[in-house]
Design a protein around this ligand. Structure first.
Ligand code: HEM
Length: 275
C-alpha cells in the first residue's frame, strides 16, 4: 500500500507486548485490532458511566462538608490514589478514540494508523502527566483562568462539530451525541488534570465550595453535567439497541436509563445551584 506508514521498532515492540495479553492476543488475531478498539470504546464509556454515578454520590456529600472531608481522608491512601489514577486510562482512551471517530465523521479522512499512533503517544503522555500530578500535587492555577481557556477551546470544538454534522441525515440524538462529545473532549481531559494538579482543588470541601461560589464556575459545571448525562444516557441506549430487539425489554431498559439520567440531572443541578 502506498500510504501505509512505517511501523517503528518501539511501536512493533509495544504491539507485540500488547499481543502477549491473552485476551488481546486472541481477539487481535481472530477479529483484528479495530474490533478491540471498538470494544475498548464501549467498555471505557461504560466504566466512565459507573464512575460518574460514584462521583455524583461523593460530591453530594459536600452538603455535609465534615463528612466529605472525612471520606476524602479515608480514601487518601496508596490503593485508592492508585485506582483514581487508573481512571485516567478510560478517560483518555475514550476521549481520543471518540475524537478520532468524530473527526472521521466530519471530514471522512481515514488516516487510521497515523491517528492511532498519535492517540497512543498523547494517551501515554496524558496518563504520565496525571500520574506526575498525583505525586507532585501542589501546582497552583487560577480556576477562572484554567476554565476560561478550556471552555473557549471546547466551544470552538462544539461549533465545528455542530456546523459539520448538523446538516447530515443522521438522527438528532446521534448528532447531539457527537456535538456533546466534541464539547466534552477537552473539558473532561482538563477536569481530571485540574482536580489533581493540586490535592486541595478536588479533595478539600472548603476549596471546592469557595470555587463553586463563582457564577462562571457554576455555569460551566451545569453545562458539563447536562452534556455528560445526555451523552452517557444516549451511549447506554445505543449499546442496548445493539443487543436487544425492539420490544418490552428494550422499552423498559430505555425507561430505566432515562430515569437514571433524570435523577442524576436533578441531583447534579441541585448540587451546583445550592452550594
Ligand atoms: C471526552 C469526551 C468524549 C468524547 C469525544 C466521546 C465520544 C463518543 C463517541 C463519538 C461515541 C459514539 C461511538 C459510536 O457510536 O461508535 C461515544 C459513545 C459513548 N460514550 Fe462517549 N465521549 C466522551 C465522553 C464520554 C463520557 C465522559 C462518558 C461517560 C460518562 C461517555 C460514555 C459513552 C458511552 C456509554 C458510549 C456508547 C459506546 C458504544 O456505543 O459503544 N463518553 N462517545
Amino acid at each position: 500500500m502506498e500510504n501505509a506508514i512505517k511501523i517503528t521498532k518501539p511501536e512493533s515492540y509495544f504491539v507485540s507486548l500488547m499481543g502477549k495479553i491473552p485476551i488481546l492476543s486472541y481477539y487481535s488475531h481472530s477479529r483484528g485490532w479495530s474490533f478491540l478498539i471498538t470494544w475498548g470504546h464501549r467498555l471505557s464509556g461504560l466504566t466512565l458511566v459507573f464512575y460518574m454515578f460514584a462521583h455524583l454520590y461523593t460530591l453530594s456529600l459536600l452538603f455535609q462538608p465534615e463528612k466529605f472531608d472525612a471520606d476524602m481522608q479515608f480514601l487518601n491512601n496508596f490503593l485508592f490514589t492508585f485506582l483514581e489514577w487508573c481512571v485516567a486510562i478510560p478517560v483518555i482512551f475514550h476521549a481520543l478514540n471518540g475524537g478520532r471517530l468524530i473527526l472521521y465523521e466530519m471530514f471522512h479522512v481515514r488516516a487510521e494508523e497515523m491517528i492511532i499512533r498519535l492517540m497512543v503517544i498523547i494517551g501515554i503522555i496524558y496518563i504520565a502527566i496525571v500520574g506526575f500530578f498525583f505525586i507532585e500535587e501542589s501546582r497552583q492555577i487560577s480556576a477562572i483562568v484554567f476554565w476560561s481557556i478550556t471552555v473557549i477551546i471546547s466551544l470552538v470544538a462544539f461549533f465545528i462539530v455542530f456546523f459539520k454534522l448538523w446538516s447530515t441525515g443522521n438522527s438528532l440524538m446521534w448528532k447531539l451525541q457527537r456535538i456533546t462529545g466534541g464539547f466534552m473532549f477537552l473539558m473532561l481531559i482538563g477536569h481530571m488534570l485540574f482536580m489533581h494538579m493540586n490535592y486541595l482543588a478536588g479533595h478539600d470541601s472548603k476549596t471546592i465550595l469557595l470555587r463553586m461560589q463563582s457564577p462562571f464556575i457554576k455555569g460551566v459545571d451545569l453545562i458539563f453535567i447536562l452534556f455528560l448525562l445526555f451523552h452517557a444516557g444516549y451511549g447506554m441506549f445505543s449499546i442496548a439497541t445493539d443487543y436487544l430487539r425492539p420490544g418490552p425489554v428494550l422499552k423498559s431498559l430505555t425507561f430505566l436509563i432515562i430515569v437514571a439520567m433524570l435523577v442524576s440531572a436533578f441531583f447534579g443541578i441541585r448540587l451546583v445551584a445550592a452550594l
